[in-house]
Design a binder for this molecule. Structure first.
Ligand code: SGN
Ligand code: CA
Length: 535
């Protein structure tokens, strides 16, 4: 089934307004919550807002030097900011599977983007359903099998599209007119407004496509930043010296690998795309005539200037960086506006006082650091995840914590909030002790990481451990190691693995890596000597 439906933001506002209605939270009958360990009159609702590839370097609550995110900052101001939250595997589907299961990739079975998620396994929404929650998922899913554990779901197929996106439900596919970030938010608010059972607490996972490649801004932000220069990162012209040789083989450089038409949206480009993809036959083709006209009016004058300038060398890289980062930040601006709309809705309906709101993203991203876009590496920019949380009664306004957290902790945290005991086979732990400011005696001292793909962007498989101060990485296909002293070298530009002064640290970190692998039951790694290509 396919239908064309009109779903513009203006129509939406007209349709739903922001009129307040009393919140009818009621206590759940104990008998319908077999796995709830303690009863509470009002279990909190959970709104989990999850974007795709949003790096902390572009969130003002994390000290961004390149943009402002007033609505994301609202969550930080009213709640807590985890300064050190990391993913277990810096790529989309594996991170999402870790969030759903509370387990590392090798335990939930989803190690690469090419793997199908086994939806028969226990997950966060299933545990919450058992505890009496109503569960809904809207937006990006990317796990290749239909969602399970959700009372309602409506997802983007695969990576989804920015303009006039298709959505899949259990009934079939529908195309909506509009911009994806607006539509995902409209649908989330619509679900809250129309389909929510006010007698139950709920989990709403509102998952955006933005700001994933190809960073196509929405109609409201096409000319934002036109008159400003965005500051460049210090390492835009990194030469990859003083680290593993393998870094030089990467295929994610703004200078060399970003495509003129596909990524940078230059019309009439003669530069061919190896996969035959262009912006023109992709997102631009999806646009309505009105959307295309607005797009062209915004981009053609900029493209004409670029063509006339005939840039080369570093000037060309700088131009590409500006085009890339501005498009990325324009996508973020729309995310920020839409997070504001969702927060306003919760406020207006009286839901905020008993709703946990989280903002996070499946992993970070390179915003020109090391000359890169994309993610995958264990270096800080793509290893870190944003995690802002407003948890009524638990977080103190404006609290910041530097405790080490990971995406496998999200499910245990939400179960803890719901009063459900965390299953023994979940590998993460509830973040509540980090968030409520209560002393716990100890917290974890290290984080385990493992990236398994050998595909697009030519990033080798690797694993590693990060502590408060150090990071040890092993590229096992080539048996290369790196050690970084993050206190002295926060940009990770010089590996001190072979520096005699760090020998004791290398030994300690190797022992810690071995300990974590035992704790998490990681099977032995399988080095591959010949590059396999990938999905
Ligand atoms: C797509 C992107 C890649 C990106 C992967 C994984 N190419 O294949 O640049 O690394 O997704 O991203 S695209 O041109 O098709 O967008 S992930 O977030 O889904 O893991
Ligand atoms: Ca992603």
């Amino acid at each position: 089934m396919s239908a064309q439906q009109s779903h513009t933001r203006r129509e939406f506002i007209k349709k739903f307004g922001m009129a307040t209605a009393g919140f009818a939270a009621s206590a759940l009958p104990g008998c319908s919550m077999p796995s709830r360990s303690k009863t509470s009159a009002k279990p909190p609702n959970i709104v989990f807002i999850f974007t795709d590839d949003h790096a902390v370097q572009s969130i003002s609550a994390y000290g961004s030097k390149i943009n402002k995110t007033p609505n994301l900052d609202r969550i930080a101001q009213q709640g807590a900011t985890l300064e050190r939250c990391f993913c277990c595997n810096s790529i989309c589907a594996p991170s999402r599977a870790a969030v759903l299961t509370g387990k590392h990739s090798h335990m939930n079975g989803l190690m690469t983007n090419g793997t199908k998620f086994d939806g028969s396994q226990p997950t966060l929404p299933k545990y919450l359903q058992k505890a009496g929650y109503q569960t809904a998922l809207i937006g990006k899913w990317h796990l290749r099998t239909d969602p399970t554990g959700f009372d309602y779901w409506e997802i983007l197929p695969g990576q989804g599209s920015y303009y006039n996106p298709d959505f899949i439900t259990a009934e079939g596919k529908v195309r909506y007119t509009g911009y994806v970030t607006d539509i995902v938010t409209d649908k989330a608010i619509d679900w809250l407004d129309k389909s929510r059972d006010a007698s139950k607490p709920f989990l709403l996972m509102c998952q955006h496509k933005a700001p994933h490649r190809i960073w196509a801004p929405g109609p409201d932000h096409l000319t934002m930043y036109d008159d400003v220069e965005i500051p460049e990162p210090d390492t835009l012209f990194d030469d990859y010296s003083n680290r593993s040789e393998i870094l030089k083989d990467n295929e994610m450089m703004i200078a060399k690998h970003m495509m003129e038409d596909y990524d940078l949206k230059i019309t009439g480009s003669k530069v061919p795309d190896a996969l035959g993809r262009t912006f023109q036959n992709g997102e631009r083709k999806r646009m309505t005539p009105e959307q295309r006209e607005k797009w062209d009016a915004a981009y053609e004058p900029k493209n004409d200037k670029y063509k006339a300038a005939n840039l080369t060398g570093k000037d060309l890289v700088r131009w590409k960086y500006q085009r890339y980062i501005k498009d990325y930040l324009r996508c973020i601006a729309s995310v920020d506006d839409n997070v504001g709309r969702l927060l306003d809705y919760l406020d207006a309906k009286g839901l905020s006082e008993n709703t946990i709101v989280v903002y996070s993203s499946d992993q970070g991203f390179y915003l020109g650091e090391h000359g890169w876009y994309d993610k995958r590496w264990m270096y800080e920019e793509s290893f870190r995840m944003p995690f802002l949380i407003k948890w009524p009664g638990v977080t103190q306004p404006g609290k910041r914590t530097r405790g080490l957290a990971q995406n496998i902790d999200f499910a245990p945290t939400f179960l803890d909030a719901a009063g459900v005991s965390v299953p023994a086979d979940m590998q993460g732990m509830s973040l509540k002790p980090l968030l409520n400011g209560k002393k716990t005696g100890h917290w974890r001292k290290s984080i385990y990481y493992h990236y398994y793909e050998r595909g697009e962007h030519h990033v080798p498989a690797h694993e590693g451990v990060r502590t408060d101060r150090y990071k040890l990485i092993r590229f096992y296909d080539t048996d290369e190691w790196e050690l970084f002293d993050l206190e002295k070298d926060p940009q990770e530009l010089v590996s001190v693995y072979r520096d005699a002064a760090y020998l004791p640290i290398v030994r300690t970190m190797k022992a810690e890596l071995a300990r974590l692998k035992e704790q998490y039951k990681v099977p032995p790694v399988k080095p591959v000597k010949t590059w396999q290509g990938g999905e």
